[in-house]
Design a protein around this ligand. Structure first.
Ligand code: PLP
Length: 382
């Protein structure tokens, strides 16, 4: 076959997959040992019971003659309306799209842009953007982050920039001033920012959506997901906003493209997503968020007590921590795994310049977080 050679450009070394493989092999060679993961990007709680109940009703609905079939490629109208009313009241319904996950949306949205568009990717970021861009054979360049992991303003022209705020892996939510500078750049350069905002529910203070910043409507697409706050990592449902201001007629063509290329997120998932806006569900969702935040605070305090420099943790379920004693991230990952059976994420997975750091997640169970920190503390005292 005449294969797409770009597929071979996807990073396989220093990837999540490679790290997962190492952990899997370690567990297989040490059966019965309790390996604790501080690395998980998955959630620890099931969906709220109210959401599950609504999804069961949806399943039953699909088993009778009034079942819902094809036709909701953009999203079921009730869900689009709920998203608009709850989160994007100043946007029209035809600027909002429901989809099956931000991971796929991040790559699929590239279809909006000319093949020659130059895409900017920050040096330390969620690796999916780079791998999507590479596998699609698109042109890209890295953009540096500053010493505090904030995005710098590019010196050259870009047509598209991926931005992730609150950020994976650093856990930092960009403030108004930082966002305004990028937005001003984008408007000046006629560049579009694809803003990944999946952790927005974790934000305590500060900007919750890029559209709170003046000028964003004419240069930014925002993506959100039900995965993290509503425990939809397995159920799959996401959404994004394409403002009409980005280009004349953009939503008419994107709607037509989407209907031709996608048959919509699962009806059952969409009914669940709709139920996540009900008061019965939000109580449980808020409790889960509080739990994760408590984990994050505990982890931040403990790592700081051990002399680590810690970034993030307040506005996202992640802590970005600098390795001590000039250790490199993959070595530390192996050391913690082999010596104390604690799994961290080596920073190099998020870019070469992340090699002096590692990521820790607060999405695990509290007792595991406590035990992992006990092991690290004891190990470092030796
Ligand atoms: N965007 C970021 C920044 C993430 O960290 C993740 C998952 O870890 C995703 C997107 C994936 O979202 P989804 O489950 O909606 O595909």
């Amino acid at each position: 076959m005449l294969i797409n050679e770009n597929l071979f450009k996807i990073n396989s070394q220093n990837s999540f997959l490679a790290a997962t493989e190492v952990v899997k092999n370690y567990k297989a060679s040490n059966p019965g040992n309790k390996v604790i993961s501080l690395s998980i990007g998955d959630v620890s709680f099931p969906v709220a019971s109210h959401i599950a109940k609504k999804m069961i009703e949806a399943v039953n609905n699909e088993a009778n003659e009034n079942y819902v079939g094809y036709g909701n490629q953009i999203g079921i109208p009730a869900l689009i309306k709920a998203i608009q009313q709850n989160e994007y009241p100043s946007f029209s319904l035809d600027e909002i799209y429901v989809s099956d996950g931000t991971k796929s949306d991040a790559g699929n949205l590239l279809e909006l842009f000319d093949q020659d568009a130059l895409i900017g990717i920050y040096e330390i970021t969620y690796p999916i953007y780079e791998n999507s861009v590479k596998s699609l054979g698109r042109k890209f360049e890295y953009i540096p982050v500053d010493n505090n992991f904030l995005p710098t303003i590019p010196k050259n022209h870009f047509d598209v920039i991926y931005l992730c705020s609150p950020n994976n892996p650093t856990g930092i939510n960009y403030d108004y001033k930082t966002l305004k500078k990028i937005i001003d750049y984008a408007n000046r350069e006629r560049c579009v920012i694809i803003c990944d905002n999946v952790y927005f529910k974790f934000i305590e203070n500060g900007v919750k959506s890029i559209y709170e910043v003046e000028g964003a409507r004419s240069c930014a697409i925002e993506m959100r997901s039900f995965s993290k706050h509503a425990s939809f990592t397995g159920i799959r449902c996401s959404y994004y906003v394409i403002p009409n201001e980005l280009h004349n007629g953009i939503n008419a063509v994107w709607k037509s493209r989407t209907i031709n290329r996608f048959n919509g997120a699962s009806y059952i998932a969409q009914i669940g997503a709709l139920a996540s806006f009900d008061a019965e569900a939000t109580v449980e969702i808020e409790e889960n968020l509080k739990y994760y935040k408590n984990n994050a605070k505990y982890l931040a305090t403990k790592f700081k007590d051990l002399g680590y420099k810690v970034y993030g943790s307040n506005d996202a379920p992640y802590l970005w921590i600098s390795c001590k004693n000039n250790k490199k991230s993959w070595d530390l990952f192996l050391e913690f795994l082999q010596k104390i059976e604690v799994v961290i994420v080596p920073g190099i997975i998020f870019g070469e310049s992340g090699n002096d750091y590692f990521r820790v997640s607060a999405l695990g169970k509290y007792e595991d977080v406590v035990e992992a920190m006990r092991r690290i503390e004891e190990y470092e005292k030796k």
